[in-house]
Design a protein around this ligand. Structure first.
Ligand code: IMP
Ligand code: MG
Length: 193
């Protein structure tokens, strides 16, 4: 497909972005800071396991794991919340489970974004039930509603406003995940056929 003429930087997506929320440089810098912090906290522990939550966490997982500089194993889970609505239970369906045993491991959950916090809250209970040595969370982004749910997130990249964002793993209708930054879409993108 030909690139659209209206795109200032020559990418197919720049014309769809209203404004940036977190730039590529900010992501790089903050990822390095978080990695440094986690590496210091986990320096004396063996059996470090990063659990990425598909699909949104893939970009952050790739960059964070490489920045960490500690030996880690990587696992992925895919989950889907039941319905779109406010199920206070936060019931979640497992689409892809862990491949291996996590008992005795130091688990670090890698999340793209925490919004209501329901997914993560459920996930932490699930992981805790499988006997890990410890579980902590690294989330790149956090929205304001997340503070209403009591989810212990030890490492946060950025607190962002309560808006729908795409890029760096986050999608709208399965698109925009490959963008190098996090931004807000122009309103017309949502009304396009
Ligand atoms: P929560 O259970 O409400 O915290 O939902 C978290 C999940 O919803 C994230 O892992 C994302 O997949 C998705 N999500 C939440 N906010 C956004 C957003 O602004 N853009 C894209 N996906 C989002
Ligand atoms: Mg999504």
């Amino acid at each position: 497909m030909a690139a659209k003429a209206s795109n200032p930087d020559g990418t197919w997506y720049a014309g769809d972005i209203d404004r940036l929320v977190v730039t590529e440089d900010e992501i790089k810098q903050r990822t390095a800071e978080l990695a440094k912090q986690v590496a210091a906290d986990y320096a004396d522990r063996d059996g470090l396991l990063l659990v990425g939550v598909l699909k949104g966490a893939i970009m952050f997982m790739a960059d964070f794991s490489r920045a960490l500089g500690l030996p880690v194993a990587l696992e992925f889970m895919a989950v889907s919340s039941y319905g779109q609505g406010a199920t206070s239970s936060g019931t979640v369906r497992i689409l892809k489970d862990l491949d291996g045993d996590i008992s005795g491991k130091h688990v670090i959950v890698i999340e793209d974004i925490i919004d209501s916090g329901l997914t993560l809250s459920w996930l932490l209970k699930y992981l805790a039930s499988r006997g890990p040595a410890s579980v902590e969370v690294v989330a790149l982004l956090r929205k304001p509603d997340a503070v209403k749910v009591d989810v212990p997130v030890r490492y946060i990249g950025f607190d962002i406003p309560n808006e729908f964002v795409v890029g760096y793993g986050l999608d709208y209708a399965e698109r925009y995940r490959e963008l190098p930054y996090v931004g807000v879409l122009k309103p017309e993108v949502y009304t396009r056929a």
